[in-house]
Write a protein that binds this ligand. Structure first.
Ligand code: 3QA
Length: 230
């Protein structure tokens, strides 16, 4: 079973269009769509916004539905200069930019017995790179930083960029990364840029959420054809 996770309904809908949905299961205020796609069993859901919601849905996918890998698709605020609205990025690793235990001498993002960065699965990232090359699509990669805030200021964005060497910002990736690291499940994170996380990001986000969600969804579905599952 493959798990596909989004944060928002708008991010999941363009993926569901490609799926043959067999059953819908309500659990913990989430809807889990059991689907088939090219003979692969898939469970899909959107978690709602933020790290806590994403961690809950990711955990249920692993513990209740027994997924063997988790793929995330959605939108993000671009940090790298060359990331334009609509561009695609995969995470090499994810981190929580709003974790601050620095007064105790820990580096930003660090939690004792946990870690600052959660690595994404190299095999899945290799599949993504190959699919991008085959289709002639530009696919960036880099660190993606997550926090429970919609970033809309140059100052906060620059701090996150400087502190974590982040290429993009969103609100769920590190939560799913953390759950998958603890559960020892391969994790893949794909995002299409909806805004640049500066002043005006809210307006851009509203304008580009739908289109960028579609870009990410289409790429994920292309990729799914190359993903092997049991
Ligand atoms: C926040 C969404 C959340 O799931 C994280 C979008 C895109 N740009 C970002 C930015 N900072 C942080 N995250 C992001 N997602 C927006 S919800 C708005 C309310 O919508 C990624 C993201 N600059 C209401 C329904 O339309």
């Amino acid at each position: 079973m493959i798990g596909i996770l989004c944060a928002m309904r708008e991010e999941l809908e363009p993926i569901l269009k490609f799926m043959n949905v067999k059953e819908k299961i309500n659990h913990a205020n989430n809807i889990f769509y059991l689907a088939e796609f090219q003979n692969k069993d898939i469970v899909l859901a959107y978690s709602k916004i933020g790290k806590v919601n994403a961690a809950l849905t990711a955990t249920i996918m692993i513990e209740k539905f027994g997924v063997e890998m988790l793929l995330f698709s959605g939108v993000a605020g671009g940090v790298d200069e060359d990331l334009k609205i609509g561009d695609l990025i995969i995470a090499t690793k994810t981190t929580q930019h709003d974790v601050d235990l620095t007064v105790f001498g820990y580096e930003p993002g660090f939690i004792p017995e946990s870690r600052v960065f959660f690595e994404c699965d190299e095999k899945l990232n290799t599949i993504a790179r190959n699919v991008a090359r085959k289709l002639g699509i530009r696919l960036k990669e880099g660190i993606i930083a997550s926090g429970d805030q919609f970033v809309h200021s140059k100052e906060r964005k620059e701090w996150i960029k400087k502190t974590f060497k982040a290429s993009a910002i969103e609100m769920e990736g590190a939560a799913v990364g953390c759950v998958c690291w603890n559960e020892n499940i391969p994790f893949f994170m794909l995002r299409s840029i909806s805004d640049t996380a500066e002043e005006g990001a809210g307006v851009d986000f509203d304008e580009f959420l739908e289109e960028s969600s579609r870009v990410s969804a289409k790429f994920l579905v292309e990729m799914l054809q190359e993903v092997k599952s049991d």
